[in-house]
Design a protein around this ligand. Structure first.
Ligand code: GLU
Length: 521
C-alpha cells in the first residue's frame, strides 16, 4: 500500500473557551502535519446543540491566530472537503445512518428517557446492549410495520449501534501500543436522534474523518475509551482499510497533587488555563487568558510542546520550525504530564529577554497610562534596559514568598515607578533610609549637588558624571551612593545610580536631591 497523505484534524466542540489541553492537542496535530507535509483541518463538532456556546468558535479561531498555529482547511479557512461545521452536514450523516440501518448494523429504539430511567432503577448497572436490547422497545423487538408506523407518525426515536458481543476489538495506538477491549463491555451507543435530526459525536466524528480523508487521529487521552467503538464503526461501514491511525496524548496533570488539570487549579495557584481571556456570555464571569496575562505566544507554544513530548535531549528552547523537525509522535509519553506553570513562566522569561526593549514598550506604556503616567517609547525602552534583569519577589499560590526573574512586562511596574514619579515623601522609618541617612548625609548630598551642577544638561551622562563623582568621593572619602539612591528613589531599589541620574536628567536629579535634603534633615 502506498503511503497515504498525512491529513490530521483538530475538532473542538464549541462549548466554551478552549482549554489549554486542547491547545496542546492542536499543536501536536500541527507539528505532525507540518513535519509530513500534510494538511491540518479545523472542524467544528457542534452536533450537541444543548452545549453550544455563542462566541466559542470565534474564540478558538482567534486563539490559534494569536499562537501562530495555522490550519490548511476548515471552518473559516476554506477547503474542498467542506462544510466543516457538523451542524451544516445533517444530510450527509442521514445517508450514513440509513446505510447502517439497511445493513443491520444499527437499529431504531423508541425507549423514552423515562423508560430508560425506570430500567436503570430496576437493573443495577443497566447497559443497553446485546443482553438487554431484546427487553426494550426497538426495531429488533417490534414488528416492522409497527416500527414504520411509529416513525411515520413522528414518534421520537434514536438510532443505536448494534454491537456484536464477544469480539476482541483491537485499537492500535501510536503512543499506547495495542489496546484490546472485549466488545461485550461496550453499549449500543446512540448514533442519531430524531428529535434534532442530528447524529451524536461518535457517528459524525467517524463519518467526517472518513470523508475528510483523515490519516491520523491525534487527540487527548479522554477519548481513548471511545476508540474501540470507533474501530467497530469503521468496520460497520466497511472502511477498515482506510481507518486513521490513532494517537491518544497523555493527560495534563495538576501542578500539585493527583488528578487532571482543572480550571480550579489555575484559579487557586494563579495561572490561566485558557489561551485568551474568556467572558462567559451567560454569567459574565471572566476567566484569565495567557495572552492577557502577558505571555508571549512563542513561549506558550514551546511550553506546551514539552508537556508530553521531548526531543530526547536536554533542549528546551525551540522555535516552531525546530519543533516541526524534531517532533516524534512515537516519543510522546503514555503517562500524564504535570502542568508545571512555574516552568511556563520560565519560558516566558526566556522569550521576553530575547525581545528588544522597544517591543516591551506598548505594554509598559499601557500600564503607565493606567497609572496616570505619560512617557515616550524611547524613555520606556531605557527603563526596560535598566530593569529587565532584576529579580522580583512574589507570593505563590500556596502563600510562599518566592523570587523569580522578570517574566512579564507587568513585572516591571512595581520596580519602575520612581523613574517617572519622584518619591512623594521620604520615609525615615524605611530600613534602607534609616541605615543610609546619617547626621552628616544632608551636608554630603549638598556637596554632591555642587559637584553635579558643574555639568551642563547635555553632559549629564554616565560617562561624564562617573569620573567626576568618583574623583570627588575619593578626594573627600565620601560614600554617597546609597544616600543618593534615597534621594532619587526614596528607598533601596533601582538600577545603577549614574544610569538613573542620567535618565532623570540634571534638573530632575538635583530637584529630587534638594527635596530629600529638606525632608530628611
Ligand atoms: N469534538 C471532540 C472534542 O471536543 C473531538 C474528539 C476527537 O478528536 O475525536 O475534543
Amino acid at each position: 500500500m502506498s503511503e497515504r497523505k498525512v491529513r490530521v484534524r483538530f475538532a473542538p466542540s464549541p462549548t466554551g473557551p478552549l482549554h489549554i489541553g486542547g491547545v496542546r492537542t492542536a499543536l501536536y496535530n500541527y507539528l505532525f502535519a507540518r513535519q509530513h507535509g500534510g494538511d491540518l483541518i479545523f472542524r467544528i463538532e457542534d452536533t450537541d446543540s444543548s452545549r453550544f456556546v455563542p462566541g466559542a468558535e470565534e474564540y478558538i479561531i482567534e486563539a490559534f491566530q494569536w499562537l501562530g498555529i495555522q490550519f490548511d482547511e476548515g471552518v473559516s479557512f476554506g477547503g474542498d472537503h467542506g462544510p466543516y461545521r457538523q451542524s451544516e452536514r445533517r444530510d450527509i450523516y442521514k445517508k450514513y445512518v440509513q446505510q447502517l440501518l439497511d445493513n443491520g448494523k444499527a437499529y431504531i429504539a423508541f425507549d423514552t428517557p423515562e423508560e430508560l430511567d425506570a430500567k436503570r432503577r430496576e437493573v443495577e448497572n443497566f447497559q443497553y446492549d446485546a443482553q438487554t436490547r431484546n427487553q426494550m422497545r426497538n426495531s429488533l423487538t417490534l414488528p416492522a410495520d409497527e416500527v414504520e408506523r411509529m416513525v411515520e407518525a413522528g414518534e421520537q426515536y434514536v438510532v443505536r449501534f448494534k454491537i456484536e458481543p464477544g469480539r476482541e476489538v483491537v485499537v492500535d495506538d501510536l503512543i499506547r501500543g495495542v489496546v484490546t477491549v472485549n466488545s461485550s463491555v461496550l453499549d449500543d451507543k446512540v448514533l442519531y436522534k430524531s428529535a434534532d435530526q442530528l447524529p451524536t459525536y461518535h457517528l459524525a466524528n467517524i463519518v467526517d474523518d472518513h470523508l475528510m480523508e483523515v490519516s491520523h487521529v491525534i487527540r487527548g487521552e479522554e477519548w481513548l475509551p471511545s476508540a474501540p467503538l470507533h474501530v467497530l464503526l469503521y468496520e460497520a461501514f466497511g472502511w477498515q482499510d482506510s481507518m486513521p491511525r490513532f494517537a491518544h496524548l497523555p493527560l495534563l496533570l495538576k501542578p500539585v497533587g493527583n488528578g487532571k488539570l482543572s480550571k480550579r487549579d489555575g484559579d487557586k495557584l494563579g495561572f490561566p488555563v485558557f489561551p485568551l481571556e474568556w467572558k462567559d456570555p451567560q454569567t459574565g464571569a471572566v476567566s484569565s487568558g495567557y495572552r492577557e496575562q502577558g505571555y508571549l505566544p512563542e513561549a506558550v507554544v514551546n511550553f506546551l510542546a514539552l508537556l508530553g513530548w521531548n526531543p530526547g535531549n536536554d533542549q528546551e528552547l525551540m522555535t516552531l520550525d525546530e519543533m516541526v523537525r524534531l517532533f516524534d509522535l512515537g516519543k510522546c509519553s503514555k503517562s500524564g504530564a504535570r502542568f508545571d506553570y512555574v516552568k511556563g513562566m520560565w519560558f516566558n522569561h526566556q522569550y521576553l529577554m530575547q525581545r528588544p526593549a522597544i517591543d516591551w514598550t506598548p505594554e509598559l506604556d499601557r500600564i503607565l497610562r493606567a497609572n496616570g503616567i505619560e512617557s515616550t517609547a524611547e524613555r520606556e525602552a531605557q527603563v526596560v534596559e535598566m530593569m529587565k534583569t532584576k529579580v522580583i519577589e512574589y507570593v505563590d499560590g500556596e502563600n510562599n514568598k518566592k523570587k523569580r526573574n522578570i517574566s512579564f512586562v507587568s513585572d516591571l511596574w512595581p520596580l519602575c515607578r520612581f523613574f517617572f514619579v519622584a518619591p512623594e515623601a521620604y520615609d525615615k522609618e524605611d530600613k534602607f533610609v534609616r541605615k543610609n541617612w546619617k547626621d552628616t548625609t544632608a551636608q554630603e548630598m549638598d556637596q554632591l549637588v555642587g559637584v553635579l551642577s558643574a555639568l551642563d544638561d547635555d553632559e549629564f551622562t554616565v560617562e561624564q558624571m562617573k569620573p567626576l563623582v568618583d574623583a570627588w568621593a575619593e578626594a573627600t572619602g565620601a560614600r554617597p551612593w546609597n544616600a543618593w539612591r534615597v534621594c532619587l528613589v526614596g528607598t533601596g531599589q533601582g538600577p545603577d545610580m549614574y544610569e538613573l541620574a542620567a535618565f532623570l536628567g540634571k534638573q530632575e536629579t538635583i530637584r529630587r536631591m534638594e527635596r530629600a535634603i529638606k525632608a530628611l534633615s
